[in-house]
Design a binder for this molecule. Structure first.
Ligand code: EZ4
Ligand code: CO
Length: 414
């Protein structure tokens, strides 16, 4: 049933079409497109890196058929229907599927209202959205050279990652200058990890960066879940003299309590949560003020209807947003996230990895970069669309994220 009053005529807001579009303009993206009887359509990103077809199947087999005939205006009820109604709750596949539907419906609602999404959410709270770019290189010198390049492009915040001497490859260091794609093979490739080799390199990188770039620029670093809590405390302490903007995902966060230990040992700000998919993954971290930035973003955590709850809880606890924005999140996620960022009172920063020209062509978008900030634009909705004809020319290609092993072969966290 829908929530229409009995006997009411079918209205122009009824959903008449809902489909999944899988495309690979350089990398795989999954997109939900929903259309109403009145001819308004909206899109939402449903990309889960390395697990794209699982989300596509969840949507096609279980979610989209239930959407037909529903009133596109009832976003909250539809969200609850797919969350509570599934019985099996949470998890990245489910929450990504729900997110895509939710963002597409918010796109439709804002278009119907004739408003940019940020206006519908409550209006702009700032002039632009500060983003951080990614300087990475095989060596510290190469990373610094890249960071200078980002400074020249106007970036106010830069993430620094460099290769680790003695390790053949590591997360966050790409072969290409502007683009980073870790999903490099149909079956997971293997990388070797050594905390002992990694730990001394990061303070050296930050020391060199402050010397070369000065103190005006915000510098960030991602640990990608590789340390134990006490090692993370040590790294945070070692980085304090260089005033990092944040240390990201310094330890796996299934055990939220473990951040108490890290907090006791360092004043380096902590960012966590790109792999979270609901408020329940972050509740203790936020309630106890164990982190400074929450990184969940729309696509993997239930869309606007759920992430705004996370943001509000965070606001009560002096935690700011710092949404994930890697290239495996499509422009449809980025566009919607920028509207959210422009509105949300406790905004911190937004990650921004550029997409390739092919991806940008498949997803025409209204957002623009200027002087280290992105602006979502003023087009009604979230301002991102999909060119389905062009999308169809880029068929799906299987690609997995790598895995990580310690030097003795033990499986580790990638
Ligand atoms: O490795 O999104 O902060 N950004 C990151 C990302 C993740 C990828 C995984 O698909 O850690 O680059
Ligand atoms: Co990260």
């Amino acid at each position: 049933m829908t929530l229409d009053r009995a006997g009411s005529a079918p209205n122009k807001h009824a959903i008449v079409d809902a489909r999944v579009i899988v495309t690979c303009p350089g990398r795989n993206f999954v997109t939900v497109r929903i259309e109403t009887r009145g001819g308004v359509h909206g899109i939402g990103d449903a990309t889960l890196n390395g697990r794209e077809l699982a989300v596509a199947s969840y949507l096609t087999d279980h979610v989209l058929p239930c959407l037909i005939g529903r009133d596109a205006r009832q976003i909250e009820d539809i969200w609850q229907f797919f969350y509570r109604g599934a019985y099996w709750r949470r998890g990245p596949v489910t929450m990504t599927a729900i997110a895509a539907v939710d963002v597409a419906l918010w796109d439709i609602k804002a278009k119907t209202a004739g408003m940019p999404l940020y206006d519908l959410l409550g209006g702009a709270s700032r002039r632009g959205v500060m983003v951080y770019g990614h300087a990475n290189g095989g060596t510290i010198d190469e990373t610094i050279e890249q960071a200078r390049h980002y400074r020249a492009m106007g970036y106010k915040a830069i993430r620094l990652q460099s290769g680790v001497p003695g390790l053949a490859a590591t997360y966050g260091v790409s072969r290409d200058k502007l683009f980073y794609e870790p999903a490099d093979s149909a079956r997971p490739t293997e990388q070797v990890w050594s905390t002992a080799k990694y730990l001394p390199t990061v303070p050296k990188l930050f020391e060199a960066a402050r010397e070369a770039l000065g103190w005006e620029v915000h510098l960030l670093h991602d640990v990608h879940h590789r340390l134990t809590p006490i090692e993370a405390g040590r790294l945070g302490k070692d980085l304090e003299p260089f005033r990092p903007f944040w240390l990201e995902d310094c330890t796996p966060a299934e055990n939220q309590e473990s951040f108490r230990l890290i907090r006791q040992h360092t004043t380096t700000p902590l960012a966590v949560g790109e792999v979270f998919n609901s408020v329940w993954d972050a509740k203790q971290l936020i309630d106890e003020q164990l982190i400074d930035y929450i990184r969940t973003t729309l696509v993997h955590a239930g869309g606007i209807s759920h992430v705004r709850r996370i943001a509000h809880l965070a606001e009560l606890n002096n935690v700011r947003t710092g949404f994930h924005g890697a290239t495996d999140l499509s422009p449809a996620c980025m566009g919607a996230a920028l509207h959210f960022d422009l509105w949300v009172p406790n905004f911190g920063i937004q990650e921004y990895m550029r997409h390739t020209a092919e991806t940008d062509a498949v997803f025409p978008h209204a957002y623009t970069f200027d002087q280290g900030e992105l602006h979502p634009g003023d087009a009604p909705g979230h301002g991102v669309d999909i060119d389905e004809k062009l999308a169809a020319t880029f068929p799906y290609r299987a690609a997995s994220l790598p895995i990580s092993r310690l030097e003795d072969g033990t499986m580790s966290d990638w």
